[in-house]
Design a protein around this ligand. Structure first.
Ligand SMILES: [Zn+2]
Length: 274
Protein backbone atom coordinates (compact mmCIF):
# COMPACT_ATOMS: atom_id res chain seq x y z
CA UNK A 1 0.00 0.00 0.00
CA UNK A 2 1.34 3.40 -1.05
CA UNK A 3 0.23 6.42 0.98
CA UNK A 4 0.46 10.12 0.13
CA UNK A 5 0.42 12.68 2.96
CA UNK A 6 -0.14 16.41 2.31
CA UNK A 7 0.76 18.51 5.36
CA UNK A 8 -0.39 22.07 5.94
CA UNK A 9 0.28 24.12 9.09
CA UNK A 10 -2.85 26.03 10.09
CA UNK A 11 -4.62 22.91 11.34
CA UNK A 12 -1.76 21.63 13.51
CA UNK A 13 -2.45 21.35 17.26
CA UNK A 14 -1.03 24.34 19.16
CA UNK A 15 -1.24 26.70 16.17
CA UNK A 16 -3.90 29.41 16.49
CA UNK A 17 -2.61 32.61 14.88
CA UNK A 18 -1.35 33.39 11.38
CA UNK A 19 1.86 34.89 12.83
CA UNK A 20 2.81 31.39 14.01
CA UNK A 21 2.67 30.12 10.43
CA UNK A 22 4.56 32.94 8.67
CA UNK A 23 8.01 31.97 7.34
CA UNK A 24 8.68 35.45 5.93
CA UNK A 25 8.54 37.73 8.97
CA UNK A 26 11.68 37.78 11.20
CA UNK A 27 9.64 39.09 14.16
CA UNK A 28 7.76 35.76 14.27
CA UNK A 29 10.77 33.52 13.59
CA UNK A 30 10.79 31.84 17.01
CA UNK A 31 7.04 31.08 16.94
CA UNK A 32 7.27 29.88 13.34
CA UNK A 33 10.17 27.54 14.19
CA UNK A 34 8.03 25.96 16.94
CA UNK A 35 5.21 25.43 14.45
CA UNK A 36 7.61 23.68 12.08
CA UNK A 37 8.50 21.22 14.84
CA UNK A 38 4.82 20.59 15.66
CA UNK A 39 4.03 20.15 11.95
CA UNK A 40 6.87 17.66 11.47
CA UNK A 41 5.75 15.69 14.52
CA UNK A 42 2.14 15.42 13.24
CA UNK A 43 3.49 14.28 9.86
CA UNK A 44 5.44 11.58 11.72
CA UNK A 45 2.32 10.49 13.60
CA UNK A 46 0.52 10.05 10.27
CA UNK A 47 3.49 8.15 8.78
CA UNK A 48 3.62 5.81 11.78
CA UNK A 49 -0.13 5.24 11.57
CA UNK A 50 0.21 4.41 7.87
CA UNK A 51 3.06 1.99 8.54
CA UNK A 52 1.01 0.33 11.29
CA UNK A 53 -1.81 -0.12 8.75
CA UNK A 54 0.57 -1.84 6.33
CA UNK A 55 1.89 0.99 4.14
CA UNK A 56 4.97 -0.01 2.18
CA UNK A 57 5.79 3.43 0.78
CA UNK A 58 4.94 6.89 2.10
CA UNK A 59 5.40 10.25 0.39
CA UNK A 60 5.03 13.45 2.40
CA UNK A 61 4.25 16.74 0.70
CA UNK A 62 5.18 19.92 2.55
CA UNK A 63 2.12 22.01 1.60
CA UNK A 64 2.30 25.23 3.60
CA UNK A 65 3.19 28.68 2.23
CA UNK A 66 6.71 28.41 0.69
CA UNK A 67 6.46 24.63 1.17
CA UNK A 68 9.73 24.42 3.08
CA UNK A 69 8.56 23.98 6.66
CA UNK A 70 9.00 20.31 7.57
CA UNK A 71 12.29 19.65 9.33
CA UNK A 72 13.84 17.03 7.06
CA UNK A 73 16.15 15.40 9.56
CA UNK A 74 13.31 15.01 12.07
CA UNK A 75 11.02 13.33 9.53
CA UNK A 76 10.44 9.57 9.85
CA UNK A 77 12.96 7.72 7.69
CA UNK A 78 10.24 5.64 6.01
CA UNK A 79 8.94 8.70 4.12
CA UNK A 80 10.15 10.62 1.11
CA UNK A 81 9.67 14.40 1.30
CA UNK A 82 8.40 16.66 -1.46
CA UNK A 83 9.20 20.28 -0.62
CA UNK A 84 9.69 23.65 -2.29
CA UNK A 85 7.85 25.19 -5.21
CA UNK A 86 6.23 26.31 -7.36
CA UNK A 87 4.64 22.99 -8.25
CA UNK A 88 1.89 22.48 -10.83
CA UNK A 89 -0.17 20.35 -8.45
CA UNK A 90 0.83 22.49 -5.49
CA UNK A 91 -0.26 20.89 -2.20
CA UNK A 92 -0.71 17.45 -3.81
CA UNK A 93 2.28 17.47 -6.17
CA UNK A 94 3.20 13.89 -7.05
CA UNK A 95 -0.31 12.53 -6.38
CA UNK A 96 -0.16 11.03 -9.91
CA UNK A 97 2.36 8.47 -8.66
CA UNK A 98 0.02 5.53 -8.13
CA UNK A 99 -1.07 5.94 -4.51
CA UNK A 100 -3.75 3.90 -2.73
CA UNK A 101 -4.82 6.68 -0.35
CA UNK A 102 -4.16 10.31 0.56
CA UNK A 103 -4.13 11.89 4.03
CA UNK A 104 -4.48 15.65 4.61
CA UNK A 105 -2.82 16.68 7.89
CA UNK A 106 -2.94 20.16 9.47
CA UNK A 107 -5.62 21.34 7.03
CA UNK A 108 -8.07 24.22 7.65
CA UNK A 109 -11.51 25.46 6.62
CA UNK A 110 -12.17 27.41 3.43
CA UNK A 111 -12.12 31.19 3.15
CA UNK A 112 -15.19 32.80 4.67
CA UNK A 113 -15.98 30.09 7.23
CA UNK A 114 -17.24 31.48 10.53
CA UNK A 115 -15.37 30.36 13.65
CA UNK A 116 -12.49 28.57 11.90
CA UNK A 117 -8.76 28.84 12.63
CA UNK A 118 -7.01 30.81 9.84
CA UNK A 119 -9.76 30.15 7.28
CA UNK A 120 -8.52 30.75 3.73
CA UNK A 121 -8.41 29.11 0.32
CA UNK A 122 -4.84 28.96 -0.96
CA UNK A 123 -4.42 32.73 -0.63
CA UNK A 124 -6.02 35.69 1.13
CA UNK A 125 -6.67 37.18 -2.32
CA UNK A 126 -9.64 34.84 -2.74
CA UNK A 127 -13.02 35.30 -1.06
CA UNK A 128 -14.56 32.13 -2.44
CA UNK A 129 -13.94 29.40 -4.99
CA UNK A 130 -16.89 27.49 -6.40
CA UNK A 131 -16.44 24.33 -8.44
CA UNK A 132 -19.56 23.64 -10.49
CA UNK A 133 -21.39 25.99 -8.12
CA UNK A 134 -20.25 24.36 -4.88
CA UNK A 135 -17.89 26.28 -2.55
CA UNK A 136 -14.59 24.40 -2.23
CA UNK A 137 -11.74 24.95 0.20
CA UNK A 138 -8.32 23.39 0.02
CA UNK A 139 -9.73 20.03 1.10
CA UNK A 140 -12.15 19.93 -1.83
CA UNK A 141 -9.75 21.34 -4.42
CA UNK A 142 -6.98 18.92 -3.50
CA UNK A 143 -9.28 15.93 -2.93
CA UNK A 144 -10.72 16.39 -6.43
CA UNK A 145 -7.23 16.54 -7.94
CA UNK A 146 -6.31 13.35 -6.07
CA UNK A 147 -9.60 11.86 -7.23
CA UNK A 148 -8.78 12.65 -10.86
CA UNK A 149 -5.90 10.20 -10.45
CA UNK A 150 -8.13 7.66 -8.69
CA UNK A 151 -6.66 8.40 -5.24
CA UNK A 152 -9.21 8.65 -2.39
CA UNK A 153 -8.77 10.84 0.71
CA UNK A 154 -8.93 8.54 3.74
CA UNK A 155 -8.36 11.08 6.54
CA UNK A 156 -8.09 14.78 7.29
CA UNK A 157 -6.91 16.46 10.51
CA UNK A 158 -7.39 20.01 11.73
CA UNK A 159 -9.93 22.02 13.71
CA UNK A 160 -13.65 21.33 14.17
CA UNK A 161 -14.59 23.56 11.21
CA UNK A 162 -12.32 21.57 8.89
CA UNK A 163 -13.97 18.33 10.02
CA UNK A 164 -17.45 19.76 9.36
CA UNK A 165 -16.47 21.05 5.91
CA UNK A 166 -14.86 17.73 4.98
CA UNK A 167 -17.80 15.59 6.04
CA UNK A 168 -20.24 17.83 4.17
CA UNK A 169 -18.23 17.69 0.93
CA UNK A 170 -16.47 14.30 0.93
CA UNK A 171 -18.95 12.30 3.00
CA UNK A 172 -18.97 10.56 6.37
CA UNK A 173 -16.63 7.77 5.29
CA UNK A 174 -13.64 10.09 5.47
CA UNK A 175 -12.00 10.02 8.90
CA UNK A 176 -11.89 13.60 10.28
CA UNK A 177 -9.57 13.99 13.25
CA UNK A 178 -10.24 17.10 15.38
CA UNK A 179 -7.19 18.43 17.25
CA UNK A 180 -8.58 21.83 18.31
CA UNK A 181 -11.79 23.74 18.83
CA UNK A 182 -11.80 27.07 17.00
CA UNK A 183 -12.58 30.13 19.13
CA UNK A 184 -12.29 32.47 16.16
CA UNK A 185 -9.98 33.07 13.21
CA UNK A 186 -6.97 33.64 15.46
CA UNK A 187 -7.84 31.71 18.61
CA UNK A 188 -8.32 28.05 19.49
CA UNK A 189 -8.60 25.59 22.34
CA UNK A 190 -6.17 22.84 21.37
CA UNK A 191 -5.43 19.42 22.81
CA UNK A 192 -1.81 18.83 23.79
CA UNK A 193 0.37 18.05 20.77
CA UNK A 194 1.05 14.57 22.13
CA UNK A 195 -2.70 13.88 22.28
CA UNK A 196 -3.15 15.21 18.74
CA UNK A 197 -0.41 12.88 17.51
CA UNK A 198 -2.08 9.86 19.13
CA UNK A 199 -5.43 10.81 17.58
CA UNK A 200 -3.80 11.17 14.15
CA UNK A 201 -1.84 7.93 14.46
CA UNK A 202 -4.89 5.94 15.55
CA UNK A 203 -7.15 7.67 13.04
CA UNK A 204 -4.82 6.91 10.14
CA UNK A 205 -4.52 3.28 11.18
CA UNK A 206 -8.32 2.99 11.34
CA UNK A 207 -8.91 4.92 8.11
CA UNK A 208 -6.48 2.81 6.09
CA UNK A 209 -8.02 -0.45 7.30
CA UNK A 210 -10.91 -0.08 4.85
CA UNK A 211 -11.49 1.22 1.34
CA UNK A 212 -12.49 4.73 0.34
CA UNK A 213 -14.00 6.09 -2.86
CA UNK A 214 -12.12 8.78 -4.81
CA UNK A 215 -13.82 12.20 -4.74
CA UNK A 216 -14.48 13.36 -8.29
CA UNK A 217 -16.07 16.37 -9.95
CA UNK A 218 -18.42 15.94 -12.92
CA UNK A 219 -17.21 17.21 -16.31
CA UNK A 220 -17.29 19.91 -17.61
CA UNK A 221 -15.63 21.58 -14.65
CA UNK A 222 -16.23 25.29 -13.97
CA UNK A 223 -14.13 27.19 -11.44
CA UNK A 224 -15.74 30.46 -10.28
CA UNK A 225 -13.16 32.47 -8.40
CA UNK A 226 -14.33 35.49 -6.43
CA UNK A 227 -11.34 37.69 -5.64
CA UNK A 228 -10.97 40.24 -2.86
CA UNK A 229 -10.60 43.18 -5.26
CA UNK A 230 -11.59 44.07 -8.84
CA UNK A 231 -7.94 44.67 -9.75
CA UNK A 232 -7.20 40.99 -9.00
CA UNK A 233 -9.99 39.85 -11.31
CA UNK A 234 -8.55 42.08 -14.04
CA UNK A 235 -5.26 40.18 -13.81
CA UNK A 236 -6.83 36.73 -13.45
CA UNK A 237 -8.90 37.14 -16.60
CA UNK A 238 -5.66 37.28 -18.61
CA UNK A 239 -5.62 33.46 -18.44
CA UNK A 240 -6.64 32.32 -21.95
CA UNK A 241 -10.22 31.05 -21.86
CA UNK A 242 -11.07 32.79 -18.60
CA UNK A 243 -14.10 35.13 -18.49
CA UNK A 244 -15.11 37.94 -16.16
CA UNK A 245 -18.59 37.37 -14.79
CA UNK A 246 -18.77 40.33 -12.42
CA UNK A 247 -16.55 42.87 -10.75
CA UNK A 248 -14.59 40.44 -8.63
CA UNK A 249 -15.40 37.06 -10.20
CA UNK A 250 -13.61 35.19 -12.98
CA UNK A 251 -14.70 31.84 -14.36
CA UNK A 252 -12.87 29.12 -16.24
CA UNK A 253 -14.34 25.92 -17.70
CA UNK A 254 -12.59 22.80 -18.97
CA UNK A 255 -13.62 19.17 -19.48
CA UNK A 256 -10.59 18.02 -17.51
CA UNK A 257 -10.41 18.87 -13.78
CA UNK A 258 -6.61 18.96 -13.88
CA UNK A 259 -6.59 21.64 -16.59
CA UNK A 260 -9.17 23.66 -14.70
CA UNK A 261 -7.01 23.32 -11.58
CA UNK A 262 -3.99 24.64 -13.54
CA UNK A 263 -6.06 27.63 -14.65
CA UNK A 264 -7.08 28.26 -11.02
CA UNK A 265 -3.39 28.18 -10.00
CA UNK A 266 -2.58 30.64 -12.78
CA UNK A 267 -5.51 32.94 -11.92
CA UNK A 268 -4.72 33.41 -8.24
CA UNK A 269 -0.99 33.74 -8.99
CA UNK A 270 -1.64 36.45 -11.59
CA UNK A 271 -3.94 38.17 -9.12
CA UNK A 272 -0.92 38.70 -6.85
CA UNK A 273 0.87 40.79 -9.47
CA UNK A 274 0.22 44.50 -9.67
ZN1 LIG B 1 -3.65 25.99 3.55
Amino acid sequence: MRVYISVDMEGIAGVAHEDQTDPTEPRHAAEYARSCRLMTAEANAAIEGALAAGATAVTVSDSHWLMRNIIADELHEAAELISGGPRVHSMVEGIDGGFDAALFIGYHARAGTANAVIDHTYTDRVHEVRVNGVPFGEVGLNAALAGSFGVPVALVSGDRALATETRALLGEQVEAVVVKEPLGRHAARSVAPAVARRRIHDGVKRALSHGHAPFTVASPVTFSVEFARTRMAEMAVLVPGARRVDGRTVEYTHDDYREAFRAWRAMYSLAATE
